[in-house]
Design a binder for this molecule. Structure first.
Ligand code: ADP
Length: 182
């Protein structure tokens, strides 16, 4: 069965604004926001903690089974929010939004969050080396990967979310209305 709504990945280095964007987009569209970090924690989909970085090592099979059970492949309308995107099968995903942030702004946000030492450094390196953008481009078709700035200039949050909403409208026209009319 064809999906009625697209599935959207919002990715980027920690602190760029994924959750903030995903929550507003979910509110405006009625889509379901799935914070992968939250699910991993709540459902216990992790093996061990990387002690040095303080991050969970995710049990990917369990996570994928859980996501499949949400109906994202049949119904759509899901926003996946995570600092990685290579795990999600291409057939599930219609748009990949990679949020980017000025390094000074990001540094402040991460410091405020209590990141320090190696964890802070690695995340800064990841943003500077645009690791998530490369990961998105390697895993998905170029035309579905969009890079948006989320440094907090000129109310970029509303602007970015507005752009994604317009894209959703267009997706519906191209994929649902057209097919219904055939
Ligand atoms: P992530 O989910 O990527 O870790 P968050 O959404 O938690 O990032 O955002 C981190 C912090 O940065 C929050 O305090 C949030 O309010 C702020 N922030 C994120 N995006 C913007 C933006 N575009 N403009 C202003 N502040 C932002």
């Amino acid at each position: 069965m064809a999906r009625k709504n697209p599935n959207i990945v919002i990715t980027g280095t920690p602190g760029v604004g994924k959750t903030t964007h995903a929550e507003l987009l979910a509110r405006n569209t009625g889509f379901k926001h799935i914070s992968i970090n939250q699910i991993v924690k709540d459902e216990g989909f992790h093996e061990d903690k990387d002690e040095e970085l303080g991050s969970w090592i995710v049990d990917e099979d369990k996570l994928l089974d859980y996501l499949e059970a949400t109906g994202l492949d049949s119904e759509g309308g899901v926003i996946l929010d995570w600092h990685a995107c290579d795990l999600f099968p291409e057939r599930w995903i219609d748009l990949v939004v990679v949020l980017r942030c000025d390094t000074e702004v990001l540094y402040d946000r991460l410091e405020k969050r209590g990141y320090k030492g190696k964890k802070l450094e690695e995340n800064m390196d990841s943003e500077i080396m645009q690791v998530l953008l490369e990961e998105a481009r390697e895993n998905y078709k170029e035309e579905i990967v969009v890079e948006l700035d989320s440094s907090g200039k000129e109310e970029d949050l509303e602007g970015n979310v507005g752009r994604i909403e317009q894209w959703v409208e267009q997706w519906r026209k191209d994929n649902v209305e057209e097919k219904d009319g055939q």
